[in-house]
Ligand binder design. Structure first.
Ligand SMILES: Nc1ncnc2c1ncn2[C@@H]1O[C@H](COP(=O)(O)OP(=O)(O)OP(=O)(O)O)[C@@H](O)[C@H]1O
Ligand SMILES: [Mg+2]
Length: 466
């Protein structure tokens, strides 16, 4: 890359130098031509003032002859009809009509004129300058050999060549340094990238003086960090999924083993007693119900995780729903000898009815399950700042502080034996948390072992606020 930039830079430099020389040559030629013709015009004006047009003009010109002869210069006096009146070099009879000459025409029209062309007589380039006389009806014309700027080229060549060499060497050194300072940070970056040997999550670049390169370096580092975070997240999710599947299969295996055992016993014909047979059948049914519950819970979690679009929303009257839930849980509460107290404002929330039922049922059912005979559960629903606040408090067994962070994990149970006895699988609070997240709400829990627990859920009332 460094070499390519250097090569291109040198090419551009040479191009610029050549263009510069060309412009210098063209402008120099033009300036030289103008200045020479101005000088000659001045000379003609002086001559015009000093020539004796009424006397012997040829005589006067002859006096200038020896000066003009030396350097092939020539002075001609031309009448307005184009015929030559006098000339310092040629016989007038040999000279044709000069009216067609450009400089003569210009002098007639504008007072003065000049032209540059090759002299057929001398075979060299000449500059012709003509002036209309102020004292007689004639045109004065001077001609001098003129090769323009080319004449000075041999003189200027050594100095020009030397300055070209100095400029080329100087700019090569400066360009070399400049290119190095630009390419060095890029080389450092590519070296660093090659060093990591495929693990682009550990990229670390030094800052350099060019902000644009720093932006590339910073963005690459940020991207590598994002990739690392993303890979970590994927790994974490893989572990959670793996744990979930092993837990789910374990939980399903238990009822299946029981069902299989009871079914085999019934099939063997060893059980003759009708009452025992009925008991086995009821156990099989209970385990099947438990399996159905577990599968429904798993499906619910996976639906919530996938954030399925088919969730239907409606205006849910929380007081009506709560009454219905409490009614359905009354037998469970009565069996556990737990008293329920409900205090609910008439609140309407735009949500999915089934999800709301699941959320509230799980919290109240836990408060009943993890309680003692004679225990109490207080359920309170309020509206605060456009949010529904649901509080479920109990004075049951409470949750140890080291388990508080974990109770929302799938299949986590503080006391596995007690939970299983109650038919629990440890998915209830995980579902609750998923539902709360689905509505962009929050859930808090405070608890003290042997004193009780309080779960508080905040849910936005309308979907726009969610
Ligand atoms: N109100 C509560 N008081 C004391 N412990 C609780 C309470 N609520 C939940 N827990 C603890 O948190 C654990 C997880 O609760 P979660 O509702 O997720 O599962 P579960 O009730 O055991 O089973 P599931 O709800 O799936 O039937 C419970 O096993 C229990 O140990
Ligand atoms: Mg539960």
């Amino acid at each position: 890359m460094r070499r390519a930039i250097l090569q291109r830079f040198i090419l551009v430099l040479f191009g610029a130098l050549i263009l510069n020389s060309l412009i210098f040559y063209l402008l120099g030629s033009k300036i030289l031509l103008n200045s020479s013709s101005d000088d000659m015009l001045y000379m003609l004006e002086v001559l015009d003032n000093s020539l004796d047009y009424d006397g012997n003009l040829a005589e006067s010109l002859n006096q200038l002859d020896h000066v003009m002869d030396d350097n092939n210069s020539r002075l001609t006096v031309i009448r307005e009809d184009g015929t030559v009146m006098a000339d310092t070099q040629a016989d007038m009879e040999d000279l044709d009509n000069h009216l067609g000459r450009r400089e003569v025409q210009d002098a007639m029209e504008k007072g003065s004129g000049y032209a540059r062309r090759r002299s057929e007589t001398l075979g060299i380039d000449m500059l012709y300058v003509a002036l209309r006389s102020d004292h007689a009806d004639v045109i004065l014309r001077a001609a001098v050999p003129f090769s323009g700027f080319q004449e000075y080229l041999p003189l200027l060549f050594p100095a020009g060549f030397l300055s070209l060499l100095v400029a080329a060497a100087g700019s090569f050194i400066v360009t070399n340094r400049l290119v190095s300072s630009i390419t060095q940070p890029l080389q450092d970056i590519s070296k660093e990238m090659l060093k990591v040997k495929g693990d682009y999550t550990e990229l670390n670049f030094e800052h350099c003086k060019y902000p644009e390169i720093n932006v590339i370096a910073d963005t690459t580092m940020k991207m590598s960090k994002n990739v690392k975070d993303y890979l970590n997240q994927i790994e974490k999710e893989r572990m959670i999924r793996q744990e979930f599947f092993s837990n789910a299969s374990h939980e399903l295996k238990t009822p299946i083993t029981s069902i299989q055992g009871y079914a085999e016993l019934l099939e063997s014909g060893m059980i003759q007693d009708e009452a025992t047979k009925a008991d086995f059948a009821s156990r099989i049914k209970k385990e099947a119900v438990r399996m159905t519950g577990l599968i429904n819970d798993i499906l619910m979690i996976s639906r919530l995780e996938a954030k399925e679009a088919e969730v239907t929303f409606s205006d849910v009257r929380i007081s009506v729903l709560l009454e219905e839930i409490v009614d359905s849980l009354k037998p469970q509460a009565a069996e556990a000898q737990v008293f329920l107290h409900v205090d609910c404002q008439p609140i309407m929330i735009h949500a999915n009815l089934q999800q709301m039922r699941e959320l509230i049922t799980n919290l109240i059912s836990n408060a009943i399950k993890y309680n003692r005979p004679g225990g109490q559960v207080w359920i309170n629903v309020r509206e605060t700042d456009g949010q529904m606040v649901l509080r479920v408090r109990d004075n049951g067994v409470g949750i140890p502080s080291d388990s508080l962070d974990r109770i929302f994990e799938r299949f986590y149970r503080v006391d596995k034996g007690r939970s299983r006895k109650q038919g629990g699988t440890g998915l209830g609070l995980s579902i609750v948390k998923h539902i709360v997240n689905f509505y962009h709400g929050t859930i808090h829990v405070t608890s003290e072992p042997d004193a009780g627990s309080e779960f508080t859920v905040f849910l936005p009332m309308s979907r726009e606020k969610a």
